[in-house]
Write a protein that binds this ligand. Sequence first.
Ligand SMILES: C[S@@+](CC[C@H](N)C(=O)[O-])C[C@H]1O[C@@H](n2cnc3c(N)ncnc32)[C@H](O)[C@@H]1O
Length: 303
Amino acid sequence: MSIQSVHNPQITGLSSAPSHRSQGQAKKGPEDGDQRDASGWSASMYNKTASFVYSSEFTAPILTMLDARPGEKVLDVGCGSGEVTLAIQGVVEKGEGGFIVGTDASDSMIEKAKKNGLQHAFVADAQTLELPVDIKDKVDGGFDAVFSNATLHWCKRNPAGVLDSVKKVLKPGGRFVAEMGGYMNCIGVRSAIHRALRARGYNPQELDPWYFPSVEEYSKLLESAGFKITHILLNPRVTPLEAGVDGWLNLFVRGSFLKNLSDREAAEVIKEVVDEVQVDCQDADGKWSMMYTRLRFSAVLKN
Ligand SMILES: C[S@@+](CC[C@H](N)C(=O)[O-])C[C@H]1O[C@@H](n2cnc3c(N)ncnc32)[C@H](O)[C@@H]1O
């Protein structure tokens, strides 16, 4: 059985397709559980605003590329609340000895992933990953594959450290398959955030949490870390935002880029950015979207 079989949302619980919010439509407000944890993430906010990230439509290409098989041992780096991880779990567990482990820097995400049914999950920074002893014992010889969706661009502090982490846990000849934000991801919105921060005397380069590499840049990194690239490409994708650009900024930017700002100043920046990008990001029906450019790659750890 190939991973294609996990794309049925009836089976996996993956939401099928992203959708839009028009101007004037009701927005969901903050609820209990929406507090961010020390890492700046809240699983509850993530699930309410950004289920498109793990929708079957958007994850189909990378899951197809992973091509997980029953009986394989897989690590999901930056597993979030575990929806994609569980889809892979449904396949690998069908074969003897197969299992998936999820890891994420956020306590809130790992707690939710476990609640969602992920059996093996632990909190760790992908840039300095160490397997817990029980997992190390379980994967004696290394994982068959390391997978990651929508996470590696958050590892700006040490992208090479991520590859060191992956090398440490993969078996020789094992696959590293991932999708992340790449060169020109969030074009227009990112520069509007920079402009709004610069105007207030901040250094936006320092505050910017994102690493969006080009094909050339990431290829060099992979090759110098000892990986043989089997596929790497930038994939532009218009991404509908049900919560609008303001909801997107509140989820992904308030707790990272704008984490040092007061609530008042952060709200001003968000309003300014939304006003500026409206001309690009809102269509004639009032629906919001952003331009995402995803870097998708598959590489094999050389023996
Ligand atoms: C957009 S979410 C993607 C989650 C999941 N892969 C999915 O497809 O739904 C990004 C995730 O990256 C995690 N993350 C951010 N920085 C990280 C780091 N340095 N190490 C591990 N995880 C990290 C966040 O906690 C968050 O769960």
